[in-house]
Design a protein around this ligand. Structure first.
Ligand SMILES: [Zn+2]
Length: 147
């Protein structure tokens, strides 16, 4: 299941990535381009704009404003799981790669390097991730959304 979140759903797109789903954020898309992309890449457009006309299979319309509730209803609608949670960069949607601890020496804060053994890196934007407090918070959010 792949998604294309329109400009009203920026936070949702990040949370879907957190859960491991391929979710584009359409901030810079023209409406026309958005529909074309959804069809070409078999993505569900999540939108609050009821003027978008698209096959129902590729459209999820909601006026829900709260991002966590958006995540919850999206999970329910598409039977999403957290099977691949934390495998995707929440900033740029790229699949993360495992990286050796040695390779992040001097890049991550010293305390982090001392405390953690497992790191992943985004091959596109270069960000390094580990299972720290931020990760704990994200896990709680996923739980709250029913994952
Ligand atoms: Zn990235």
């Amino acid at each position: 299941m792949k998604f294309l979140c329109d400009s009203m759903f920026g936070k949702l797109s990040k949370m879907l990535r957190m859960a491991g789903y391929d979710a584009l954020y359409a901030q810079s898309y023209e409406r026309f381009g958005m529909v074309e992309t959804a069809v070409a890449e078999n993505r569900v457009i999540i939108t609050g704009d009821d003027r978008i006309i698209l096959v129902p299979r590729l459209l999820f319309f909601t006026r829900e404003k709260d991002p966590l509730t958006q995540l919850k209803i999206t999970r329910e609608k598409f039977n999403l799981t957290a099977e691949n949670a934390f495998t995707r960069c929440i900033f740029c949607n790229t699949v993360l790669e495992k990286t050796a601890k040695d390779s992040v020496s001097g890049i991550v804060p010293e305390q982090v390097y001392a405390l953690f053994f497992s790191f992943t890196r985004c091959p596109k934007c270069g960000r390094i991730f580990w299972h720290g407090t931020h990760w704990e918070k994200m896990k709680i959010k996923l739980k709250e959304a029913g994952f």
